[in-house]
Design a protein around this ligand. Structure first.
Ligand SMILES: *Cc1c(COP(=O)(O)O)cnc(C)c1O
Length: 394
């Protein structure tokens, strides 16, 4: 496989001016990724600060209510800051620090990655500036304030649709003009090489732990591993150490929004085509003219018009399967898992839980499956209440 390629996907489709920064990053990553001291320092941050390893929890009550395979939950919601995003943010912040950078910039949609990056910057004593679409700053005012508390500066992005994809553009532009002291801490397994590889490696702790944990608890591998897919970081992290286990089904759950046959969807695999955007060749939601289409999901974290190149390749090669899950189905799973197991999952994770329940029913109680609970749902409670016709604030 040529550099930064996953089959025909991936690559580095960026202006000349960005190549220098990408090459510097790649060289540094290649140097540090196998460096014993770096790995140890990263692992200590993950364990002592983020709270790893995260639990692999057997949801017994939920499993019995569903009546199929045992459902194990990989509890990324219990990490510090409440989602898997902290794994990658800590890794990239540490790498940037080793590179001599003093400033982190990051894009954010719902604000989870912005908060994780601001947290890592505070801990490691770095400056932090987060770019967030105007629409998202309104929807996620609490996270904007959180980032400010953590010492970050938040820039409101007014270009394009004023959402996540525009925030990514702004970050790339900012990085071009100021690479000497600045690292772009990209939040998902997307973008030009080496980002999809770096983000995947920093999130791969999820499957490394989960594989060892399930073997210890069950003495065998799961029938399926299920995770939600926005850009694809929690899912690639959850899949990675199972890719060679050919009997383990890998299932990514995309946000179908109001349905894949409507214009209000973010299901890239179900509705997208091959294209080039944000520096990578991958699958993207596009209009008839090949322009990136506006996307929609109830879940701000899955509201991205593309998918990481490794997922496009896992799909193309048939190794992984991707399914669309609607707003309605995700909200139902959000409520069901809260009620049945006493765990309020993020609305993103609820997409995976919704489909996992269906998968579990295909198997018997001697079998098991693993679902990644990518984050906790506290941030979503007001939006779900609104979805059900209740306003919590006026
Ligand atoms: C950001 C986010 C996602 C989606 O991003 P991926 O890169 O696809 O993982 C999923 N769940 C939670 C809780 C998130 O914060």
């Amino acid at each position: 496989m040529s550099k930064g390629r996953f089959g025909k996907f991936g690559g580095q489709y960026v202006p000349e001016a960005l190549m220098y920064a990408l090459e510097e990053l790649e060289a540094a990553y290649n140097r540090f990724k196998d460096d014993e001291a770096f790995r140890k320092e990263f692992q200590t941050l993950l364990n002592e600060y983020a709270g790893r390893p995260s639990r692999l929890y057997y949801a017994e009550k939920l499993s019995k209510a569903v009546g199929g395979a045992k459902i194990y939950l990989k509890r990324e919601d219990l990490n510090h800051t409440g989602s898997h995003k902290i794994n990658n943010a800590l890794g990239q912040a540490l790498l940037a620090k080793k590179m001599g950078k003093t400033r982190l910039i990051a894009e954010t949609g719902a604000g989870q990655h912005g908060v994780a990056t601001a947290t890592a910057a505070a801990l490691l004593g770095m400056d932090c500036e987060v770019f967030m679409g105007e629409e998202d700053t309104k929807r996620q005012a609490l996270n904007v304030y959180r980032m400010k508390l953590l010492g970050a500066k938040v820039h409101t992005v007014m270009s394009g649709t004023k959402t996540l994809k525009d925030a990514v553009n702004e970050c790339m532009g900012e990085w071009v003009t100021r690479g000497e002291d600045t690292h772009y801490c990209l939040g998902s397994a997307v973008g030009p090489h080496p980002f999809p590889v770096i983000v995947r490696d920093f999130q791969a702790c999820i499957s490394k732990e989960a594989r060892a944990q399930i073997l210890e608890k069950e003495g065998k591998l799961p029938k399926a591993v299920v995770a939600c897919v926005g850009g694809g970081s929690n899912s690639i992290g959850t899949f990675y150490h199972f890719i060679e286990d050919k009997d383990v089904r890998l299932i990514g759950c995309e946000a179908a929004g109001r349905g894949v046959d409507t214009f209000e969807t973010a299901a890239t695999i179900a509705t997208g085509k091959t294209g080039i955007f944000h520096g990578m060749k991958s699958l993207f939601c596009q209009d008839d003219h090949g322009q990136i289409a506006p996307v929609y999901s109830i879940s701000a974290g899955l509201d991205y018009p593309g998918i990481g190149p490794e997922h496009a390749w896992l799909y193309d090669s048939g190794r992984a399967q991707y399914v669309p899950v609607t707003d309605d189905e995700a909200v139902e799973a959000f409520e069901y898992v809260s009620r049945e197991e006493g765990i309020i999952p993020a609305i993103e994770s609820s997409h995976a839980l919704s489909y996992a329940v269906k998968v579990a029913k295909e198997y018997s109680p001697e079998d098991c499956i693993i679902v990644c609970v990518s984050g906790r749902g506290d941030k979503d409670v007001a939006a779900i209440a609104r979805y059900r016709g209740e306003e919590l604030y006026d």
